[in-house]
Design a protein around this ligand. Structure first.
Ligand SMILES: Nc1nc2c(ncn2[C@@H]2O[C@H](COP(=O)(O)OP(=O)(O)O)[C@@H](O)[C@H]2O)c(=O)[nH]1
Ligand SMILES: [Mg+2]
Length: 452
């Protein structure tokens, strides 16, 4: 962290403005070599001037913003250069900055420095990337709430409780002759179980949190001409897939992301499943089946007006074990349709007449999240667990607490109780970053983009 890093922090491509971020002990000196202010440079002020290389040739006019550490994103001296957001302009401006002595920043390196300098804890740093990638309101507010420290303070509260217990035991161990009121096992166990309950509660939100952040993959499957593409179109509210009365129209897989009751749903429309002599179509059929494994939910579309469902049932049985909602389409053509396909949950719709679509969305939400959609429900988005890494740490902490309880109940020496407890506390520290190993840090920040 002794060197000074620089990167283009705005996305690649053309834009109104582009920003080059420089961070490190020499940020100001390097920035000043590449930028020539029209007046006297001031800190935390938008300084106008131009960027040029060491050779003095002007690259672009722009602004120079200097944030002296620790009052900056990374906690170090930071300079941000704004110029026009052209690919070549930015490339040349960055080259100039690098030639003036900065090193190209690696992925997530600015945020990593912010973490190492204590501007953010690890859970907050992870929230930064979720915030950037959020696709729905729910995902965004979850990331914002974690970035402001909601999850961290929850973890810290549990950790603080466990830590108090640990200091108590350690005091008993260190000063056995002093009359420290030993905590009775009962009281000890009570506090452990409070911590355990808090962890279990948090862990129970993981399925929902994961869906809010990562979304779900939903595969639309069924025989030809049942209305799969029509269903995709109506869910998308646009004519994305070609719809014709000719069976076998869709061959490629068509993928689109929709916002369904706040969760990002990746919808995949596929070729109708049938035996076919067309080479192109049979490749499409194979491609559809290949996607089954990957999908979290299958919308299996059938034609409600048809007389027999044996062909549908045959296909459904070939994907046994998958989460399936049967979508009985074309109810406008069927009077009083009653369909029972191997007892699968069935929603009746008409993609043509737009009937039953809201009910279908509710069912998809229920299957994906695990409980019914309720717009009046006002859960704090920060109280939802979204990361597999956090989940594993919490589960291990839970294991540690159970071991501690067992050690206490079994009357083991306090030393052993203390060891288990300390181990559990360290697992919580992995979430906020106090006890995270270097390779895990690497992995987390490598997921970031360069410039962040
Ligand atoms: N009556 C009626 N026709 C529909 C409905 N949904 C789709 N269709 C028609 O069924 C035919 C096949 O639809 P399409 O979406 O291409 O089916 P796919 O082959 O499963 O993708 C088209 O002529 C659609 O207009 C519906 O709900 N009611
Ligand atoms: Mg189709």
């Amino acid at each position: 962290m002794n060197d000074t890093i620089a990167a283009i922090s705005t996305p690649f491509g053309e834009g109104g403005i582009g920003v080059i971020r420089i961070s490190g002990p020499d940020a100001l000196a390097i920035g000043q070599k590449a930028f020539h202010a029209n007046g006297e440079l001031r800190e935390r002020y938008i300084n106008f001037g131009h960027i040029s290389g060491l050779d003095g040739v002007k690259i672009d006019t722009g602004f120079f913003i200097y944030m002296k550490g620790p009052r900056s994103y990374t906690g170090e001296d930071v300079v941000e250069l704004q110029c026009h957001g052209g690919t070549l302009v930015l490339k040349k401006a960055l080259e100039a900055v690098l030639r003036c002595g900065a090193r190209p920043a690696g992925p997530g390196e600015f945020t990593k420095r912010a973490y190492l300098n204590g501007k953010l804890d690890l859970a907050q740093a992870e929230a930064v990337i979720d915030l950037i990638r959020a696709k729905t309101e729910a995902g965004l507010s979850s990331a914002q709430s974690r970035l402001s420290g909601a999850l961290s303070s929850k973890i810290d509260a549990v950790k603080g409780g466990l830590f108090k217990l640990l200091t108590h035991i350690e005091a008993e161990l260190d000063f056995p002759e002093d009359e420290i009121d030993g905590m009775p096992d009962e009281a000890f166990l009570e506090r452990l179980s409070a911590a355990r309950d808090a962890l279990i509660r948090l862990l129970s939100t993981y399925e929902e949190g994961k869906v809010i952040r990562d979304g779900v993959k939903v595969l639309i499957l069924g025989r030809p001409n049942v209305g799969k593409s029509s269903l995709l179109n109506i869910l998308l509210k646009e004519e994305r897939a070609i719809v014709t009365p000719v069976p076998g129209t869709t061959r490629d897989i068509i993928e689109e992301v929709i916002n369904l009751r706040g969760i990002p749903v990746r919808l995949m429309d596929t070729a109708g499943l049938r035996k076919t002599r067309s080479r192109v179509e049979s490749i499409g059929v194979q491609a559809a089946m290949n996607r089954v494994k990957d999908a979290q939910l299958v919308l299996f579309v059938v034609d409600a007006s048809s007389r027999s469902f044996s062909g549908d049932i045959e296909i459904l049985r070939s994907i046994e074990g998958k989460k399936v909602i049967v979508v009985a389409n074309k109810t406008d053509l069927a009077k009083d349709p009653k369909i029972d396909i191997d007892g699968h949950k069935t929603v009746f719709i008409s993609a043509l007449k737009s009937i039953g679509i809201e009910e279908l969305k509710d069912e998809v939400y229920k299957e994906a999240v695990g409980h019914a959609f309720d717009s009046s429900l006002d859960t704090d988005p920060g109280e939802v667990l979204v990361s597999a890494r956090h989940k594993i740490a919490l589960e291990r902490c839970l294991e540690g607490i159970k071991k501690t309880e067992k050690a206490l109940r079994g009357g083991l020496a306090r030393e052993f109780v203390a060891t288990d407890l300390r181990w559990s506390i360290d697992r919580l520290g992995e979430i906020t970053g106090e006890t995270t190993t270097e390779d895990i840090l690497e992995e987390i920040f490598n997921n970031f983009c360069i410039g962040k």
